[in-house]
Ligand binder design. Structure first.
Ligand code: SDX
Length: 380
């Protein structure tokens, strides 16, 4: 198709660039389904491990299949010694998102066949990255605090094992459940920017490590996964609930973006925000952080009054900030949490792309000059 026939869509808005069987989004009605199952059902009834199996196999597992999947995942919890040494060599003031991106990329060097791309081999690489990423984040956080790395405990679930490796003690069931719900609600979400990045990279028949690395780089941006850190910074700037109205109205007057609100697809409340709002309130009550929750809810009411008519509602990042804070996570670990969950979606899309690949190569609408003479430098 020549550029004259194609129409330019800035940011590829509204362009269908892939087909998927993993997540369905109805932005008008605020619906999200993973393989046809409503996100609310999965958040309340499933586990992250079961959700990963669902996304990768396009169906829920039997009890035996889930047991086998858990065993396979837990075998990969442990980092190689080489990876541990690389983490210890990281500057203690490095940003965790740069560390996780770099370390995932470096995992290709520990893989005897990093470029193999058969779907079965790609799935194994995906499982290894998914299982190892929590250990990378936990190990770096302990390294920068001057603490020993805590090795994974294969008797623990994905959620429990991460919190154990991070804090060096077994987490409470409530914290494990909360973190598991966070992982479920962040696992996949159509062709968001980071997932698109992963598909673009693997469409050249590059490798899983390169594709996931590209996705992590994209997710870091404040317009994407980095928004949850921005939400927390905003909450910390507001002294109390009574100051919310003036603070938010001031931001609006200054045409500032309110982090955690708005979405390219949702023009109704993000169903994940609804799930995480309930979770955030429960956790805030349990951990003495109701001021955070109350400020968040007050912000939502102001934004509803000012922006609902424009289709701007809370997105997944808005209440995840309070949730992660109540779980005890440091601010700069919020976006890495998004990485831990979204590796499931990214890898699933990479495997879908490999299963029916065509190189991504959009075109441009050339709006520059033509027939320009070359002028020798002495004459310029
Ligand atoms: C995620 O794509 C996905 O699925 C992503 C995600 C996933 O699971 O992968 O859901 C995760 O990234 C959620 C989004 C997190 N980002 C933020 O919370 C950052 C703040 N939000 C925005 O910057 C914005 O809403 C985007 C980037 C999310 C979406 O932007 P669009 O679709 O490009 O919309 P736009 O920038 O063209 O805005 C349309 C209008 C503009 O006003 P006008 O210029 O038309 O007057 O809405 C306004 C914008 O100014 N607007 C906002 C706003 N978001 C949009 N105004 C104030 N605050 C906001 N948050």
């Amino acid at each position: 198709m020549s550029t004259a026939e194609s129409t330019f869509s800035k940011g590829l808005e509204g362009v269908v660039a892939a087909q998927t069987e993993m997540s369905f989004i109805n932005g008008t009605e605020g619906v999200l389904e993973y393989v046809g199952i409503a996100i609310g059902d999965l958040a309340s009834k499933s586990s992250f491990e079961e959700t990963v199996f669902l996304l990768w196999n396009k169906r829920l597992p039997t009890a035996a299949e889930l047991e086998a999947f858990n065993a396979e995942l837990r075998e990969d919890y442990t980092m190689t010694d080489a990876l541990k040494e690389r983490i210890k060599a990281c500057p203690v003031d490095a940003e965790p998102m740069h560390v996780i991106r770099t370390m995932i990329s470096s995992m290709a060097m520990d893989d005897p066949s990093p470029n193999e791309n058969s779907v079965e081999v790609a799935r194994h690489k995906a499982l290894n990255i998914l299982a190892t990423a929590p250990a990378i984040v936990a190990a770096f956080d302990r390294h920068r605090r001057g603490l020993d790395i805590v090795d994974p405990d294969p008797s623990l679930s994905f959620a429990a094992n991460f919190l154990y490796m991070l804090n060096g003690e077994k987490p409470t069931d409530a914290m494990v459940r909360a973190f598991d719900i966070c992982m479920i609600t962040h696992a996949d979400h159509g062709l968001n920017n980071s997932t698109f990045a992963a598909r673009v990279v693997i469409s050249t028949l590059s490798d899983m490590y390169s594709a996931i690395t590209a996705a992590v780089g994209s997710l870091r941006g404040p317009l994407h996964g980095g928004a949850n850190e921005g939400v927390m910074k905003m909450l910390n700037q507001i002294s109390d609930v009574d100051s919310v109205e003036s603070h938010v109205m001031n931001m609006i007057a200054n045409k500032e973006r309110i982090m955690g609100f708005g979405h390219r697809v949702y023009k109704a409340k993000d169903p994940r925000a609804a799930e995480l709002m309930t979770l955030a309130k429960q956790l805030a009550e349990d951990t003495g952080n109701m001021d955070l929750y109350n400020k968040s809810h007050a912000i939502e009411l102001v934004m509803e009054r000012e922006y609902a008519a424009k289709g701007i509602y809370p997105n997944v990042d808005f209440y995840s900030a309070t949730t992660y804070h109540c779980i005890g996570l440091k601010l700069d670990l919020f976006t890495p949490m998004f990485v831990l969950a979204r590796i499931a979606g990214w890898a699933g899309h990479v495997i879908e792309q490999l299963g029916d690949n065509r190189l991504y190569r959009p075109t441009t609408d050339y709006v520059g000059q033509h027939a320009v003479p070359y002028v020798a430098i002495k004459d310029r």
